[in-house]
Design a protein around this ligand. Structure first.
Ligand SMILES: *Cc1c(COP(=O)(O)O)cnc(C)c1O
Length: 369
């Protein structure tokens, strides 16, 4: 039983480039909230006796702060981006209907569509090296398949490409197709407004990009979807069927709220994050690596091709795990163990000083391995 009681993380002290972790680090206030609300259901103690959605602080957060932040009319708390995507598919589309998604979509988009019994058509990317999604390609496929939903992953989780979401908003409007933006890597990192992009829905991830422990997502919608997505139970007239009453519980929401003021401020720094990403990309390219995806890049999530590391791995005693180990020795983690030729990383929230250490690590490994 001891190993259960001593459950622990590894490599906590290293510089962590793991894209799924750079935007989910708790702020100081969220660390405090995590402990404060660690006990099960202790969130109810904020206002004893009230239903969770009636707690004034939570009401203000969900009905005022979050809609303003997302540029949405109504916001609901969901269990994560994947669940939010499923909630929308399940509520507004009939099984057997078709949806149109970008070719760079997250795997959970496909899984959610399968769970909802939908057919999926993909808009292909331009392929290597940029893997761009040209949103104009949606138009012909809309005419051909008459989809019940168009979905855009903005940006995608592999290359960090930011397609023209606003243009797709105009296309969706022209053909009157509901439009969903997967904002797992935008909401909480960069300024984004559902209304400005012309979307019907946007979803953000607490644990991915909003400095929350999660699992939690925020789903913004246009008010025209209220009747469908927020349909109520006849037996329990207060309760929303799609969200099983409410999906809002525990440390996920407590840490999301406590981090929110910091998140509001940090999205204002986005241009600096982009500049830093572009600088980092150039530095790695000087070493012979090749950044895939859009160039110049407009997001902290980047994908690299590194033939030199692959060549080393073929001869190295530790094989393809050499890179992970060599980086770790130099204080760097977050690139998936076993990858050498292609890998993604994120520079979000990592200082230039730390990134210089990362660049030196790559350089040394190339020179000595
Ligand atoms: C991480 C990620 C998801 C899943 O987010 P959850 O909130 O964990 O469900 C979905 N889409 C993309 C593009 C992602 O990067």
């Amino acid at each position: 039983m001891e190993k259960f009681e001593n459950i622990e993380r590894k490599n906590k002290e290293l510089i962590n480039l793991n894209p799924i972790q750079t935007g989910g680090k708790l702020t100081k206030p969220a660390q405090k909230a995590l402990v404060e609300f660690g006990n099960g259901y202790s969130i109810y103690d904020i206002s004893p006796g009230l239903e969770i959605m009636e707690v004034p602080l939570i009401k203000e957060f969900i009905q005022e702060a979050l809609p303003k932040f997302l540029g949405a009319d109504i916001v609901r708390i969901v269990l994560g981006v994947r669940e939010g995507i499923f909630n929308i598919m399940h509520s507004i589309i009939k099984p057997g209907e078709t949806i149109l998604v970008d070719g760079n979509r997250h795997y959970t988009t496909i899984i959610a569509a399968q769970r909802a019994g939908l057919k999926v058509v993909e808009v292909p990317s331009s392929g290597e090296p940029e893997y761009k999604i040209n949103v104009e390609d949606y138009e012909d496929l809309i005419k051909k398949h008459k989809p019940a939903l168009v979905l855009l992953t903005y940006p995608d989780g592999n290359y960090g490409n930011l397609p023209d979401a606003k243009k797709l908003g105009r296309i969706a409007k022209k053909y009157k197709v509901p439009y969903l933006i997967n904002g797992a890597y935008t909401v909480g990192r960069m300024p984004v407004s559902m209304k400005e992009l012309g979307a019907d829905f946007i979803i953000g991830s607490g644990q991915k990009s909003m400095a929350s422990s999660g699992p939690i997502g925020i789903l913004g919608m246009d008010k025209k979807w209220e009747k469908t997505l927020l349909r109520k139970s006849k037996i329990y007239p207060q309760q929303e069927i799609e969200f099983l009453g409410s999906e809002l519980r525990g440390t996920a929401i407590a840490t999301l709220i406590a981090s929110f003021p910091t998140v509001l401020e940090r999205v204002k720094n986005w241009e600096k994050e982009v500049e830093k990403a572009q600088w980092f990309s150039k530095e790695l390219e000087k070493l012979g690596l090749e950044q895939m995806g859009e160039k110049p890049h407009k997001h902290d999530l980047m994908f690299f091709k590194a033939d030199a590391f692959y060549e080393i791995s073929l001869k190295h005693p530790r094989g393809r795990f050499f890179l992970y180990n060599a980086l770790k020795k130099r204080g760097v983690t977050g690139i998936k163990p076993g990858l050498t030729k292609y890998f993604k990383l994120s520079v979000f929230g990592i200082s230039k000083l730390e990134l210089k250490q990362v660049i030196i690590a790559f350089k040394e490994i190339l020179e000595t391995a």
